[in-house]
Design a protein around this ligand. Structure first.
Ligand code: 9YT
Length: 132
């Protein structure tokens, strides 16, 4: 069994900082679950473009408010507590946070640990791992 806290994970290597967000990667590939599970904070007033060509991601909003733009359909969706979205088609998208967003995110295949977006908004399949 694996038991750890968000506070402990955030204080160590499991917290990854990017320009518009940070992500605390609670469960990673090395944990052997077949998915990774993260708590991501998107900073207020920012917009992040993403295109996970190598991963599927599900995102559940715990806190905050924003707009999700689906570049494939042109649709916009309000993101607020209680909303989940799933990028089941590797959808190219953009997330704007009018308030700081706190999101629970699941990735399949699992992240190794240190991934940040490349120039296309994707994560590489092989990345540096976080040990333990
Ligand atoms: C919503 C989203 O994908 N934000 C970028 C960070 C990502 N969730 C991660 O690496 O945890």
């Amino acid at each position: 069994m694996i038991v750890r806290t968000l506070a402990d994970a955030a204080a160590g290597e499991r917290r990854i900082n990017a320009e518009t967000w940070n992500s605390v990667r609670l469960l990673l590939k090395s944990d052997g679950m077949g998915f990774s599970f993260h708590i991501t904070t998107i900073y207020a007033g920012t917009t992040t473009k993403m295109h996970y060509q190598n991963h599927l991601e599900a995102v559940y909003c715990i806190q905050g408010r924003g707009v999700l733009r689906d570049f494939g359909t042109g649709q916009e969706h309000t993101i607020e507590p209680g909303v989940v979205y799933a990028l089941n088609q590797h959808d190219e998208h953009e997330l704007s946070a009018s308030e700081e967003l706190v999101l629970a995110c699941v990735f399949n295949p699992p992240l190794h640990g240190k991934e940040v977006h490349d120039e296309t908004g994707a994560y590489a399949l092989e990345a540096e791992a976080i040990a333990g």
